[in-house]
Design a protein around this ligand. Structure first.
Ligand SMILES: Nc1nc2c(ncn2[C@@H]2O[C@H](COP(=O)(O)OP(=O)(O)OP(=O)(O)O)[C@@H](O)[C@H]2O)c(=O)[nH]1
Ligand SMILES: [Mg+2]
Length: 210
């Protein structure tokens, strides 16, 4: 298995919606989660670059779909956070639909990293995202973020609780604790991405089956 150098990751483009994404080829891995869950921070930690993805104390900061390239044909996507209370209802619904569409229609999407604050996991929209991904045969890595906020006993207990809870989805779902601040779970994240990126691109798999 090849081990990718995530430090080489660079920004490609920001898209307002899925129709503005580049061609549906290669392998994509997307980071999704509630607003403020720590998606952009995790991306910066993964790539060892402080300012690659913009982070903010103000939830809802990432409004565009941001695409980054690890190496040619292997991309990571920073999706806008969902569930931000201050966003008008109509925009929320619009964005949820767009997310669902991205998960269902994007053939090159191989894996989904769902980030949830370890103190507030599996909210309704998180479950919805996981259901969509499972329905679309997309593998999932759940990262319980800000794990530094819990002592190690409470952290392990919460990890076990979520591992049990995700069994109900009947999908390929791995759950790990993560902290950008304390660099917890970074190797687990890199290993999962290495696995996804080393597999045959989903759209090639499909054409071979024809
Ligand atoms: N303690 C702690 N705080 C974190 C960690 N990761 C992120 N944060 C903080 O959480 C806040 C939100 O982080 P972001 O990475 O911007 O979150 P996001 O999910 O990208 O948010 P949106 O783009 O708004 O959806 C920031 O204030 C971060 O500093 C972590 O591992 N530990
Ligand atoms: Mg963000």
């Amino acid at each position: 298995m090849t081990t990718l150098n995530y430090q080489q990751t660079h920004f490609i483009l920001s898209a307002p919606d899925i129709r503005h994404l580049p061609s549906d080829t290669g392998i994509e891995v997307a980071f999704a989660g509630r607003s403020n869950a720590g998606k952009s921070s995790a991306l910066n930690t993964l790539t060892n670059q402080k300012g690659l993805a913009r982070t903010s104390k103000t939830p809802g900061r990432t409004q565009l779909i941001n695409l980054f390239e690890v190496v040619e044909g292997k991309r990571v996507v920073d999706l806008p956070g969902y569930g931000y209370a201050e966003v008008p209802e109509e925009m929320k619904l619009k964005w949820q639909r767009a997310l669902g569409e991205y998960l269902e229609k994007r053939l090159c999407l191989k894996g989904l990293v769902v980030l949830m604050d370890i103190r507030h996991p599996l909210k309704d929209l998180d479950k919805q995202m996981i259901e969509w991904a499972v329905d679309s045969n997309i593998e999932i890595l759940v990262l319980l973020t800000k794990a530094d906020k819990l002592a190690s006993g409470a952290r392990k207990a919460q990890l076990n609780t979520v591992r049990e809870a995700v069994q109900a989805f009947n999908g390929d779902i791995q759950v790990e604790a993560f902290s950008s601040l304390k660099k917890i779970g970074v190797d687990k994240l890199r290993q999962k991405l290495d696995t996804w990126y080393s597999e045959i691109a989903p759209q090639e798999e499909e054409s071979e089956a024809e």
